[in-house]
Design a binder for this molecule. Structure first.
Ligand SMILES: Nc1ncnc2c1ncn2[C@@H]1O[C@H](COP(=O)(O)OP(=O)(O)O)[C@@H](O)[C@H]1O
Ligand SMILES: [Mg+2]
Length: 138
């Protein structure tokens, strides 16, 4: 489902280049669970950001469900990203929104029907055992 081929990422800074990722090759099949483990600064976050092209690889390819993400237009990439979920380490929650409304927020901004968005958000809260907290604030 996710194929990473010869992926490298170099950050070019005034004081020199940082080779964050070098020739990563990885195949993750549908339903597989992978952990990426390494010391602080090893490149874990950069790799995860490359998987959905929030970060553009310097070299190599990311193939998601058979599509090479590097070949997509920005609009196509935005559509494809809707199928790739991501939870950031430093998440930002809206203090004035309930748990349900926080989870529903991305669906609201892309114009999903409100009932459908609420249903999806409830399923996700259920998945992580937070159903009883849907009306709680962060
Ligand atoms: N936007 C950036 N600009 C320059 N250097 C970066 C950037 N993001 C990460 N790095 C560098 O790339 C390396 C890998 O960082 P990162 O992916 O955050 O590691 P980890 O998540 O494993 O702690 C580090 O040396 C970090 O300083
Ligand atoms: Mg990190």
């Amino acid at each position: 489902m996710i194929e990473i081929r010869h992926l490298s990422k170099t950050f070019k800074l005034a004081k020199g280049d940082i080779h964050a990722l070098s020739d990563i090759n990885l195949t993750i099949n549908d339903g597989e669970i992978f952990g990426i483990i390494g010391l602080s600064g090893a490149g874990k976050s950069t790799l995860v950001r490359c998987i959905n092209y929030l970060e553009t690889p310097t070299e190599g390819e990311v193939i998601f469900n058979g599509t090479n993400l590097g070949t997509l237009t920005p609009a196509e990439l935005r559509q494809t990203r809707k199928k790739i979920s991501m939870i950031f380490q430093n998440f930002n929650l809206f203090a004035q929104r309930t748990a349900l409304k926080n989870v529903r927020f991305p669906l609201e901004i892309i114009g999903t029907d409100k009932a459908e968005a609420t249903k999806k958000a409830r399923e996700l809260l259920e998945l992580v055992g937070l159903s009883d907290r849907e009306n709680s604030y962060p």
